[in-house]
Design a protein around this ligand. Sequence first.
Ligand SMILES: O=C([C@H](O)CO)[C@H](O)[C@H](O)COP(=O)(O)O
Length: 210
Amino acid sequence: MKLQLALDLVNIPQAIEVVSQVEQYVDIVEIGTPVVINEGLHAVKQVKEAFPNVSILADLKIMDAAGYEVSQAVNAGADIVTILAAAEDESIKGAVAEAKKLGKEILVDMIAVKDIKARAQQLDEFGVDYICVHTGYDLQAVGKNSFEDLKAIKSVVKNAKTAVAGGIKLETLAEVIAAQPDLVIVGGGITSQKNLSEAASKFKELIAQG
Ligand SMILES: O=C([C@H](O)CO)[C@H](O)[C@H](O)COP(=O)(O)O
C-alpha cells in the first residue's frame, strides 16, 4: 500500500517547501487540480525539477483530448496522469495508449460516477493502471466519504490497482487500510497539520503496518 500526498491549496514555492518536509514519507506527490488551474503545468515541471526522484501525479481530471493532454503532462514531468471515469470510453482508451507509449501511468477518478461497480469493470478491461474512488470537497462538506465505494470496486477490479481519496484523516485511516487499497491519497489530512513531517510520518507508519 502506497501513500500519495495531494497538494491542492498551494502555489509552486509552497508546494516545493511542503515536499521538502515530507519527501521521505510519501511515495507519490500529487500536483492537485486547483494548483494546475492556478499555475498550469509549470507546477508539475518545477516540482519534478526540484525532486527528480519523486513520482509526480498530475491531477488534470481530463475529460477530452485525452492523448494530447496526457502527453503534455508527461512532457512536464508527470509519472501518473488522471482522467475522469465519466469521460468517453474513447478518451480513456486514448489516455491509456498515450501513457503506455511514454512508459507512464493513468489513474481514473470515479468522482460523480453512479454505477461504481459497472464502470470500474469496464475501466479495468481498458487497461488503466489505477481506479480511484473519490469523494470531492463538495461532497465531503455534506459528510460523505468513499469507504463503501472502495469495498465495491475491490470486489470487481481484477487487474488495475485501487486507490481512495477524499477527506482521509488519521482518525479514519484504519477503516481505509482495512479495505486494502493499493494507494491511499491524503491532502488536508497532512497539509492542514502544524507539523507536516510528523503528520506524514504517522500516515506512513500506519500504512506500512497495514
Ligand atoms: O482531488 C482532490 C480534490 O478534488 C481537489 O482537487 C484532492 O486532491 C483529494 O480530494 C485529496 O485531498 P483531501 O480531500 O484534502 O484529502
